[in-house]
Design a protein around this ligand. Structure first.
Ligand SMILES: NC(=O)c1ccc[n+]([C@@H]2O[C@H](COP(=O)([O-])OP(=O)(O)OC[C@H]3O[C@@H](n4cnc5c(N)ncnc54)[C@H](OP(=O)(O)O)[C@@H]3O)[C@@H](O)[C@H]2O)c1
Length: 236
């Protein structure tokens, strides 16, 4: 995409931790920003008052999304598996249905999502996902399977999507643009840690990176030992 063509972006899930970082990066790039978040979370965006437009509402409400994405060249969506009412898949579907044709659509999720089944996971990782899925169902607060369904719908769409798959996350100052691979299991990703602020940086940069269209990059922090070893290997 011609980078000049991105002027207005919508951030869905703007009040969360990842969302707020994305709002900051998007404003820094000079984009006009529209954010969607639950009504009760609007105060979390107070620091950006006057610099962005907020559309309050549930992110899986098609009418809320239709209004928010109108005229947007890019849509950044935080896919979260909260609740047991298809929140993530409903959110993804609303974005796929209402974003303007040709808009760049960038979605966030975790490494557990696989596009082609060619990711390889450690036993520990798989055990963690299994335990999280069972516990989540028990407490009826999180529905990991629905994030899988949300991504399945995105992968099947013919839109200009990117699904960014995050490693474990931590807070802290930016270390720079994360590195990525098509598949979990690639040694470059072994560090399995990314600063949230840099996850957001990758999401926003993807808006103008055509090489990421219809890709599902798995990311890791550029200062992790595995990323540094990979960079060193490439140099020599
Ligand atoms: N956390 C991790 O370790 C991790 C690891 C890998 C990938 N990721 C991915 O990174 C992205 C951001 O995750 P995060 O953990 O850092 O969270 P986050 O950015 O803080 O986002 C949480 C989002 O969920 C919303 N939310 C919370 N409770 C909700 C509820 N009951 N109903 C509806 N929405 C609710 C929040 O909205 P409000 O502001 O309205 O509460 C907020 O938009 C996600 O796509 C996740 O899959 C996370």
């Amino acid at each position: 995409m011609d980078t000049d063509r991105v002027k207005r972006v919508c951030i869905i899930g703007a009040s969360g931790k990842l969302g707020q970082y994305m709002v900051g990066h998007a404003l820094e790039r000079g984009y006009e920003v529209v954010g969607v978040c639950r009504e009760r979370s609007v105060p979390k965006l107070a620091a950006f008052e006057g610099r962005m437009t907020v559309v309050p509402g549930d992110t899986n409400d098609p009418e809320v999304i239709r209004r928010a994405v109108a005229g947007c060249d890019g849509v950044l969506t935080v896919l979260v598996p909260w609740g047991v009412r298809q929140y993530a898949s409903g959110t993804a579907q609303a974005v796929l249905d209402h974003a303007r044709p040709g808009a760049r659509l960038v979605f966030s999720c975790g490494w557990h999502i696989t596009r082609d089944g060619k990711d390889t996971y450690s036993r520990l990782f798989l055990l963690g996902v299994r335990i999280a899925t069972v516990l989540a169902k028990l407490v009826r607060a999180v529905e990991l399977d629905d994030q899988v369904e949300a991504c399945r719908r995105v992968f099947a769409s013919d839109t200009r999507w990117t699904v960014v798959r995050g490693s474990s996350l931590e807070e802290g100052e930016s270390q720079g643009m994360p590195v990525w691979s098509r598949h979990v299991g690639d040694p470059v990703l072994a560090g399995n840690l990314t600063r949230r602020v840099d996850f957001a940086l990758f999401m926003v940069a993807a808006l103008t990176d055509d090489t990421l269209v219809q890709e599902a990059p798995a990311i890791v922090g550029c200062r992790t030992p595995s990323a540094l070893a990979h960079a060193e290997g490439s140099r020599s």
